[in-house]
Design a protein around this ligand. Sequence first.
Ligand code: ADP
Ligand code: ASP
Ligand code: MG
Length: 455
Amino acid sequence: MIVCKFGGTSVGDADAIARTAAIISARVDRQPVVVVSALGGATNQLIQIAEQAAKGQLIGALRAVEGLRDRHIVETHRLLGNDAQAEDVASELSAMFDELASLAEALTTLGDLTPRSLDAISSLGEQASSVLVVAAFAKHGLPATHVDAREVMITDSQYTRAEPQADAIAEAAHRIVMPLMRAGRIPVMGGFIGAALGTGVTTTLGRGGSDYSASLVGAALQAEVIEIWTDVDGMLTADPRVVPDARLIHRIGFEEASELASFGAKVLHPNTIAPAVMKGIPVCVLNSRRPEGTGTLITFAAPRRSVTAIAGKSGVTLLRVRSPRMLLTEGFLRRMFDVFERHRTSVDVVATSEVSVSVTIDDATNLEALVIDLRALGDVTMERNRGIVSIVGNGLSDGGTSMSRALAAIGDLRVHMLSLSSSGINLTVVVDGQQVHPVMQRLHAAFFSAGAEAT
Ligand code: ADP
Ligand code: ASP
Ligand code: MG
C-alpha cells in the first residue's frame, strides 16, 4: 500500500480536487490511503476567526464563518452538481460551519482562547475537506470511504502541538484502516488533526502537520512509499518564492531533507521524516499540478554533494546566557537545557564560548517564562527578529571550500552567530531577520548559478 497526502493547494477548489481524484485513479492498484489538508488558506482563516471571536469581534468572526461556509458549499456543487447526494454533503458541511459559529459565540462570551478551543476550531478545515474529497472521489468512480482522523491519529493532550502516540496509532490503523483496504476501499482522512488518548478530545499536530499525519499513517501500515503532493515540483535547492531559479533535487537523503525541513523548507513538516526513517519508507514529494513530473525521492541512499540546498527562516529569537563563573562548571549546560525542556521549547542552533552560550529558538510561545528561569543561571540577553539561513549537504565537510565560499558570498551582511552541525551536513548562520532572503539569494547564486559548480 501507499500513502498519498494532498496539501492545501492540491485540494484548494473543485478543479484541484478533480486533479487529485485523477492522481488516485492512476494509483488504485497500489492500494492508496489518502490524507488531505484543509482547503488552501482555510486553517489560517479558522485561526483568525477564533482570535477575532475571543477579542469580542463577533460580527467580523461570523462574517468570516459565512465566507468559509460559502466557499465549501460552492466547491461542493461544482464537484457534485445539485442532486440529492450533493445536498447531503452540503448539509453535512453546513452543520460543521454551524458548529463553528457556535464556538465563535462561546469564545466571545468567554473572552479567552485556550489551546484546546483553538484546536476545536482549527481542526474544522480538515474535518470539512476530508468529507468533501470522499464525495468527490465517489463521483469520479473511486471507492472512497471517510475515516475520522480522530479515531486513528491518537496523541497526547498538548493542544496545538500534540505528540502522536505511535503504538496507539498503529493499533487503530490496523483496526480501522486496514480492513477497508482489504475490502478494496480507498480510505480518506484529514491530516493535521487527532484526538487525545483517553479523552478523545480533538487535538492538532502543529501548523503544516498533515505531512506528519501522512508519514505516521505510512509507518503504522508499513507503506511502500509516502507521497507528499504539493504545489511545487519537489524539494528544490531553495524556496522558489525567495529564489526563483531554484532547481529540483531529484534525490536527497533522509538526514538532509530533515535538516532542510527543520531549518525552514516549508515544503515538508519537520517531523515528517522520523517515522519514515524508522520504518525505512521512501518519501516522495510531487507536484499535483504536474503529476507527470518525477518529483524528489527521499531515501537513505543519496548522491554525495557538498551543497544540496539552502533553507532559511525569519522570526527567530536569539538568546545569550552569560555566566563567567559558572559556564564551565559541571552540569551547567544540562541545567540550561533542562529549562528549555521544561518550557517545551526546542533549540535550533547552539554556539558556546568560554563565558556564554547562545541559542536560537523558533517558537517564542513560552519565551517570558523561559527567560525568567534562565536568569537563575546567568545574565540573559534576547535578540528578537533574527533569522537563520542553513546550507545543507551530506558532503559539506568533505574538505572542500564550501565554508569559505559561503562566507565570501555572505560578504558584508552581518552574521550574529555561526554553527556547523555535529553531523557536518549543516552550516547555519544567524542574521538579521530582514536579511534572510538576501543571504539565501547570495548563497544560492554562489553554489548553484551557472558556472558555480566549477569554482
Ligand atoms: P502544502 O499546502 O502542499 O503542504 P506548503 O505551502 O506547506 O504546501 O509547502 C509548499 C511550499 O513550500 C512551496 O510552495 C514553496 O514555496 C515552499 N518551500 C520552501 N522551501 C522549499 C524548498 N526547498 N523546495 C520546495 N518548496 C519549498
Ligand atoms: N491545514 C493545516 C495547516 O495549514 C495542516 C497542513 O496543511 O499541513 O497548518
Ligand atoms: Mg505543508
